[in-house]
Design a protein around this ligand. Structure first.
Ligand code: GLU
Length: 500
């Protein structure tokens, strides 16, 4: 049997280091065992998925040095590899389950489901579907479908007993069936949910090992049931522990940047990041931690992955990256890496566009544009606070700016400016006064190259990091303050909608 693994990202945002970690574990496991590694795009959530996000995820994983034997961009015998292109396959499989009586059509309205949830909550019960439509007479179902009544397809789930399944890392896991909901398989628009699409695809794509994040453990009973309803063997499961911050909390943007793009823009080498992510699952004979892809495959053993969760320790990544620069790169390779990072014609042309009208000699370029070739700026509180906005307001304004930036679908100078204008209104200071502080936080000076264009070029991740640093330098903010500020902003935005 050929071992086949896959990574199945949902293209709903920036490429997450967690996705890179899961992808790498699947890749290493397959390669170590002479198997194949696939990439599948799980874009069943049509409102949140985008082709732009898909493209960035694929590019980031390739940047890290990963390659896949089959996938949406390279094709393969089990395609298409994008779930939105496989709708008919899921509908056929849902039909099979309806015919075999393992699934049923559910006509319940959102209002009924809401009321049901509320009454279950009031009675202190877990909220789930009560099976009303599973008991409808067949003739009534036919009539209601013929009349065009909107409905979903749900799977039947036992109401008693315990589901047992094997996890390669944890042994047998038991989950009581009465905690498992009668999952919707097909939505009213005919699109599948994750559960149906995932099981059907893993089977049709001949996946032998499902290695995924531990947040999916609670989905395993539904999946196991679907495999048995279809009469298929189930792939082996390995639920990976989540990456953690050094304080052991779940990796979060607040404490550590989570986008692969950040690490790329910050100037980490892809081989250092891959090496770093692979360390928790590999061992080398002499304890050497600098490992290229071949060494990672060689030293990989899934048994090395412990359940405590690998720590995403940026200090360690820094150390490793430094070693790569010092020990592993020739001067030529170093030059190539720097060019790929920011000294390439595409980037330099954009810098030139802004800088050439503002300098007299080429030698002015370094001091003028240095902030476009830097990560954090290491500014002091006095520098950041040099202007008219009071410290507390400034921390709030920087926080709201990061919230606004995170919500932007497109990172353009016009959108950046729009957010900053909104923030200035909320904190009730003149835009010009607020922008002065923003200038300092982003460029390191009160005046510099055009701010919004510079921010577009620097990218969302570096701007976010500079603001994160600025907030910390200015004394930081508690979780409660951040929440209250964001709520106040959302409130102001709602009032504006009502007024207009
Ligand atoms: N699309 C899911 C995700 O985004 C995949 C989960 C799985 O691997 O089954 O993580």
């Amino acid at each position: 049997m050929t071992i086949r693994t896959r990574v199945a990202p949902s293209p709903t945002g920036d490429p997450h280091v967690g996705t890179a970690y899961v992808a790498l574990m699947n890749y290493l496991f397959a390669k170590k065992n002479g198997g194949q590694f696939l990439l599948r795009i799980e874009d069943t959530d049509r409102t949140r998925s985008s082709l732009e996000s898909e493209a960035v995820i694929l590019r980031s994983l390739r940047w890290l040095g990963l390659s896949w034997d089959e996938g949406p961009d390279v094709g393969g015998p089990h395609g298409p590899y994008r779930q939105s292109d496989r709708g008919h396959i899921y509908r056929e499989h849902a039909d099979q389950l309806l015919e075999s009586g393992h699934a049923f059509r559910c006509f319940c309205t959102a209002a009924r489901l809401d009321a049901l949830r509320q009454s279950q909550r009031a009675a202190g019960l877990p909220t789930h579907y009560d099976g009303l439509c599973a008991r409808l007479p067949a003739a009534e179902v036919i009539a209601r479908v013929a009349a065009g009544e909107p409905h979903v397809v749900r799977m039947k789930v036992p109401t008693e007993g315990v589901c047992r399944f094997e996890d390669m890392a944890r042994g047998v896991i038991e989950i009581a069936w009465n905690t498992v909901d009668m999952q919707i398989l097909l939505k009213s628009d005919g699109m599948p949910t994750y559960h149906l699409a995932n099981v059907v695809d893993d089977h049709l794509m001949e996946i032998t090992h499902v290695i995924r994040g531990e947040e999916w453990i609670s989905s395993a009973p539904k999946h196991q049931l679907l495999y048995s309803y279809f009469g298929w063997g189930m792939p082996k499961l390995f639920h990976l522990p989540l990456l953690r911050n050094p304080d052991r909390s779940k990796l979060s943007k607040r404490k550590n940047p989570t986008s692969i793009l950040y690490y790329e823009r910050m100037g980490y080498l892809p081989q250092a990041l891959t090496n770093f992510l692979g360390l928790s699952a590999t061992s080398s004979s002499e304890g050497e931690e600098l490992m290229d892809s071949a060494a990672l495959i060689e030293g990989f053993d899934i048994a090395n992955i412990t359940l405590g969760g690998p720590i995403f320790d940026v200090a360690k990544l820094d150390w490793l990256n430094g070693r790569y620069l010092r020990e592993a790169l020739s001067a030529d390779a170093f030059t190539e890496a720097v060019a790929a990072w920011a000294f390439n014609p595409t980037y330099l042309n954009q810098v030139a566009e802004m800088a050439k009208t503002r300098i007299t000699r080429l030698s002015d370029l370094g001091p003028t544009a240095a902030f476009l070739f830097a990560g954090r700026l290491g500014l002091t509180a006095d520098q950041l606070g040099d202007g008219k906005v009071a410290r507390e307001s400034l921390v709030m304004a920087f926080h709201l700016s990061t919230v606004g930036f995170d919500r932007l679908p497109a990172w353009t100078s016009a959108e950046v400016e729009r957010i900053l204008r909104e923030v200035a209104t909320v904190i009730d200071v003149k835009f010009k006064d607020f922008v002065r502080h923003m200038f300092i936080a982003i460029t390191g000076r009160p005046q510099s190259l055009p701010l919004f264009q510079s921010m577009e070029l620097l990218g969302r991740d570096i701007c976010r990091e500079r603001l994160r640093e600025a907030i910390a330098t200015l004394g930081g903010a508690t979780e409660g303050q951040r929440k209250a500020w964001t709520a106040r902003w959302d409130e102001a935005a709602r009032e504006e909608v009502v007024e207009s």
